[in-house]
Design a protein around this ligand. Structure first.
Ligand SMILES: CC(C)(COP(=O)(O)OP(=O)(O)OC[C@H]1O[C@@H](n2cnc3c(N)ncnc32)[C@H](O)[C@@H]1OP(=O)(O)O)[C@@H](O)C(=O)NCCC(=O)NCCS
Length: 176
């Protein structure tokens, strides 16, 4: 843990549209620890897959002008859990913070920035949904600290064991 980085770094998120952009190259260079691949797979593949899908957006996570992470926003109906959640939703997939930058609060701050970004660019979406492996403690902690709640439902569609379904409301924050 690098407490100074967590306190001082400014974390923002930006869409990637050009596969040849510097940000896209930086995302392809992101790496996770060997035992984390089962949760996300290969990020270079995930970027390409996202850019080929007209229903998805590729997002970079930037801390103090350095690309430290990536995630995919999936706008397909019934994304992630395969059914309607009763409100317009967007799915979060393939979230990763490079292993050299983990443990500094970037994961939590990226999720907070993700929600703000969705409220601004996609105000029609009311829920952000994701699944996370039950044994993936750092990810569960980061999501909880960013405001996600566990629905209590278990999803069995993944290849690395059962997953929690977590939700976050995208309704605007009250101003008072
Ligand atoms: C999940 C991931 C994105 C989190 O990113 P991160 O930048 O390391 O997360 P943060 O630093 O914001 O940590 C969030 C919280 O988890 C806590 N945490 C870290 N490791 C933990 C562990 N092993 N057990 C429990 N909590 C842990 C931290 O203490 C932190 O809380 P704090 O802010 O109070 O210190 C990152 O670990 C990652 O890329 N993992 C591999 C890919 C992956 O699993 N993606 C998620 C797929 S659903």
């Amino acid at each position: 843990m690098n407490a100074m980085s967590a306190v001082t770094a400014r974390v923002r998120v930006e869409p990637i549209v050009d596969p040849d952009s510097p940000a896209a190259h930086s995302v392809r260079a992101l790496r996770v620890a060997p035992d984390q691949y089962r949760y996300v797979g290969d990020t270079a593949f995930n970027l390409g897959d996202t850019l080929r899908d007209p229903m998805s957006e590729a997002m970079s996570v930037i801390a103090d002008d350095v690309v430290v992470g990536f995630y995919r926003l999936d706008f397909a109906p019934n994304a992630v859990v395969g059914r309607s959640l009763g409100a317009p939703s967007v799915g979060l997939r393939a979230f990763v913070i490079d292993h050299r930058h983990q443990g500094r609060g970037y994961g939590r701050m990226a999720m907070e920035a993700c929600c703000e970004d969705l409220r601004r660019r996609h105000p029609d979406r009311e829920l952000l949904v994701l699944t996370v492996n039950c044994i993936n403690a750092p990810a569960i902690a980061a999501y909880r600290k960013a405001g996600f709640t566990d629905t209590g439902e278990l999803f069995h569609g993944g290849s690395a064991g059962p997953q929690h379904v977590m939700l976050q409301s995208l309704h605007p924050h009250p101003t008072t």
